[in-house]
Write a protein that binds this ligand. Structure first.
Ligand SMILES: Cc1cc2nc3c(=O)[nH]c(=O)nc-3n(C[C@H](O)[C@H](O)[C@H](O)COP(=O)(O)OP(=O)(O)OC[C@H]3O[C@@H](n4cnc5c(N)ncnc54)[C@H](O)[C@@H]3O)c2cc1C
Length: 382
């Protein structure tokens, strides 16, 4: 991979892609295929930085075949559920295969219009001019740790799930995992398997849990099929399917959710794919408890008033997109900080500024980023 000394960043006005994760690499490859020069600017030292940091046991919960990026399928040898290390291998190979222009160690802090071009403010006071920009800095950008009252004076260990690698440091310990999205659910199971003495899972809103696949049929394929159907219909069918395929865990502290599955997806909460949570909850190895409200010295105070003293609290409380500094002044974000456009459409007030990777569809994000990449390339090749 060339470093910044090898590429003259000023020799013409390429399309700049900010971020060398799957979204940015896919966009770069699709643009190259259309004959459009694209330069990827990546702040870390290598592509796939987010995937390198994920916890050890992580596998894609979307299938290999439905997670390939434009122009290069994932090899069969990766199996159906691709491991984190193989995702990283794939991204490295992808950049090499498509001969992408990638400059590492360059962070873009702000983007501004400059005539019909875009001016990028980057590391070291560098200014770069591009004919268009694709923002692919990631949905899972900045860890979000709730501002719990008393957290500063809490004497126990608190870490964000983004810092969790594996269960080894927690063997024999009492751990409270906060948040039951896919990450919280999987970390709880990992802790049980890795020998933690006690694992509790703090739940504010009970999640929809789906089997990763049923009789060989992956949940992702259902997600793709129902994506354009009316929300109420999918909610109803999802409710029936849920009752058939997932046992009632109410007596173990995890009742079925009251809001429909697809309604929740539309609010940004994709269902939890079961990678062992159902069994762990049924056998009592993972104990659902009420949400964390605050901390008091050595105790976590739960929403039902219970006070508990775990050795470690792991907050699987999500991430922020953190796009405000980069593009917040351009009127392209909604009130929740999400880009108002994605894929091949740019906002009227920001022609040439594209976003990929900021939606969270039921059909899988790798697949979505592949679709968006082709749309962006088509729009820019016009
Ligand atoms: C635990 C977990 C599991 C997931 N599993 C799946 C799955 O099974 N299937 C699926 O389809 N999706 C999955 N996703 C969702 C999604 O596919 C991934 O988050 C994916 O990595 C998103 O790709 P991205 O390119 O948008 O962002 P990222 O992979 O986060 O890449 C963004 C890149 O931009 C760089 N960057 C950020 N800011 C700047 C800046 N200002 N200047 C320069 N560079 C910058 C970062 O260093 C990073 O390399 C998962 C997400 C998580 C967190």
């Amino acid at each position: 991979m060339p470093d910044e000394m090898d590429i003259d960043l000023t020799n013409d006005r390429p399309v700049y892609i900010i971020g060398g994760g799957p979204g940015g690499l896919a966009a770069a490859a699709a643009l190259r295929e259309q004959g459009v020069r694209a330069v990827v600017l990546e702040k870390s030292e290598s592509v796939g930085a987010s995937w390198r940091r994920h916890y050890d046991r992580l596998h894609l919960h979307t299938t290999r075949r439905l997670s390939g990026l434009p122009g290069l399928a994932m090899p069969r040898s990766f199996g159906r559920w691709v491991s984190r290390d193989n995702v990283v291998r794939y991204l490295e190979k992808y950049a090499e295969f498509h001969e992408l222009e990638i400059v590492t160690g360059v962070e873009v802090s702000r983007i501004e219009p400059s005539g019909s071009d875009w001016l990028l403010h980057a590391t070291g006071g560098r200014l770069l001019t591009g004919r268009a920009v694709v923002v692919a800095t990631g949905y899972n950008h900045t860890p979000r740790l709730p501002d719990w009252p008393g957290r500063d004076s809490y004497t126990g260990e608190v870490l964000h799930a983004g810092e969790y690698r594996n269960a080894a440091p927690y063997a024999g310990k009492d751990v409270l995992v906060v948040g039951v999205g896919n990450t919280g659910a999987e970390i709880a199971v990992d802790l049980v398997e890795g020998g933690a003495a006690r694992v509790r899972l703090a739940v504010r809103t009970t999640p929809h849990i789906v089997r990763r696949s049923t009789a060989g049929w992956p949940a992702q394929r259902t997600g793709i099929l129902v994506r354009r159907l009316p929300v109420r219909l999918v909610d109803r069918v999802g409710g029936i399917m849920g009752k058939i395929s997932v046992p009632d865990l109410a007596e173990h502290g995890l009742p079925r959710p009251e809001t429909g599955l697809y309604s929740r997806v539309r609010e940004g909460a994709i269902p939890v794919q079961d990678v062992g949570l159902i069994d762990a909850v049924r056998s009592g190895k993972v104990e659902p408890v009420a949400a964390v409200d605050s901390f008091e010295d050595s105790k976590a105070v739960l929403a039902d008033g219970t006070r508990i003293s775990p050795d470690t609290v792991i907050a699987a409380t999500g991430y922020r997109r953190a796009l405000e500094g980069l593009v917040g002044h351009l009127g392209v974000l909604d009130e929740r900080g999400r880009p108002v456009t994605h894929g091949g459409r740019a906002a009227a007030q920001a022609p040439g500024l594209y976003f990929t990777g900021f939606t969270n569809p039921i059909s899988g994000m790798f697949r979505e980023m592949a679709i968006d990449a082709r749309k962006i390339a088509k729009a820019l090749a016009r």
